[in-house]
Design a protein around this ligand. Structure first.
Ligand code: HEC
Length: 154
């Protein structure tokens, strides 16, 4: 005969575990969104300098490029916790489930981002023409990943 105590014990274990897990998942989501805000802050400055929206400054351009390269090379695996997709946490994230179902395919997009930032470390401080000639692949790397892995809406 099935014990109803076992069923109750299981139910209460789930009740106490679920909020803790949801917190961890939501922390991971917040961390990666914050991460991309920092990515956006640094890349936005380079795009603005390239377009002439803000004045080119070699030291600042190089600092942004180095920040982006550091960001691109972080080990972010803990931010991509299973159970943290848009399907799992509706309204909280735009990360599409395909990130997890096709993993590690997203790594190719991460590599394009890394290649673009490494190239900018070598070129962004060498004058406005050099920045303009090399910033394109950075923008393409954002777009390339977002097209496949980020939803338009939360
Ligand atoms: C490897 C894939 C990938 C690359 C490369 C990438 N992004 Fe994203 N980005 C994402 C995903 C996935 C999300 C959704 C995260 C979420 O909502 O949990 C996101 C979210 C964002 C957000 C919104 C953050 C928030 O507060 O919700 C911004 C801004 C952003 N990315 C900017 C950029 C810029 C700028 C670049 C390039 C310099 C870039 N991203 C490169 C995958 C990528």
């Amino acid at each position: 005969m099935r014990s109803r105590y076992a069923v109750l014990a299981f139910a209460s274990a789930v009740a106490t575990l679920t909020p803790a897990l949801a917190d961890d998942v939501d922390d991971a989501i917040k961390a990666r969104q914050g991460y991309y805000q920092v990515v956006s802050h640094n890349s936005g400055a380079l795009f603005a300098m390239a377009k002439g929206g803000i004045e080119y400054d070699a030291d600042k351009a190089l600092a942004h490029a180095k920040n982006l390269d550091a960001l691109a090379n972080m080990n972010n695996s803990s931010m991509w916790m299973p159970g943290s997709s848009k399907e799992d946490r509706k309204g909280k994230t735009r990360a599409l489930p395909v990130i997890w179902t096709t993993f590690p395919a997203i790594g190719e997009k991460g590599q394009a981002f890394k290649d673009a930032t490494a190239n900018l470390v070598a070129t962004a401080g060498d004058g406005i023409d050099s920045l303009r000639a090399n910033v394109g692949p950075l923008g393409a790397s954002c777009k390339g990943c977002h097209e496949t892995y980020r939803a338009k809406d939360f």
